[in-house]
Design a protein around this ligand. Sequence first.
Ligand code: SF4
Length: 330
Amino acid sequence: MAQVSLSLMATLATLLDMVGSTPRPRHPEKAARAETPSLPKPNWLRVRAPGSPGYDETRAIVRDQRLHTVCEEAACPNIGDCWQKRHATMMIMGGVCTRACAFCNVATGLPSALDPDEPNRVGNAVAKLALEHIVVTSVDRDDLDDGGAAHFAATIRAIRAASPQTTIEVLTPDFLRKDGALETVIEARPDVFNHNLETVPGLYLKIRPGARYFHSLRLLQRAKEIDASIFTKSGMMLGLGETREEVLQVMDDLRSAGVDFLTIGQYLQPTRKHAEVKRYVPPEEFDGMEQAGRAKGFLLVAASPLTRSSFHAGDDFRRLKAAYLERLSP
Ligand code: SF4
């Protein structure tokens, strides 16, 4: 079986980023850092190399519409599986992020101006891919007054116009210090509002230094307060040095904020300059986390080593709705 590692895909992405007239390191802020240790990867994290007719079609549509996907930019290990089914997660507002999180492979730096035609091209791509459910995420755009909220809203509207049957999930940045941004996104009525906490609060300074744990939590809570009919979702990674107790506390915090759906996956190190993997968490521990989350009252918990926010998001959305209706029934 042809297999490919995340670090190989990340290296390819980095090399591709260097191709062109002005070679640019993907993570200039990490260049001077010492390389972190690398643990041998367990068998349960091996994935098939991408390559199938569905993968090629998805890639062609994404290229034709000149779009970024988090699947490629984050060097996601699931890309072969997802793109075979034409499930790509669009990353809007460019391929350069204003934050420099220690876990993320997306290029950092000063982004370009927004492309006002991008929402229409996302709509076109969703229609061509014939998706039942689409996840739209973005880079952080701290440089914009609204953090890109209006662009998110325009993208939701463009998808609705191009493909009215498609359900829409947005996975947004935290809109820190961008008053009114969340309201703009929620008023466009996505079916799911997702914002990832990523890790436990004690690791924020190291892993997500530009973010604030309680701000992210409050963002999720506010989304539900503004429109209770929209499902809320969050995700976190394991293997960064968190304890089980800390993860259980995050679950309680998310339930207090009314969050419906939690995803938990294994952190994978994009390059040796990123935060190290402290531990590969065995699949059975993820099963235990899923059970704990369900006991705490989430409508849905998806937890496995390869779980990502957008992995099987369409199937999960159906399960989420079914769980909601079941809870309503007498
Ligand atoms: S899990 Fe999400 S980011 Fe990864 S390939 Fe699938 S759709 Fe893309």
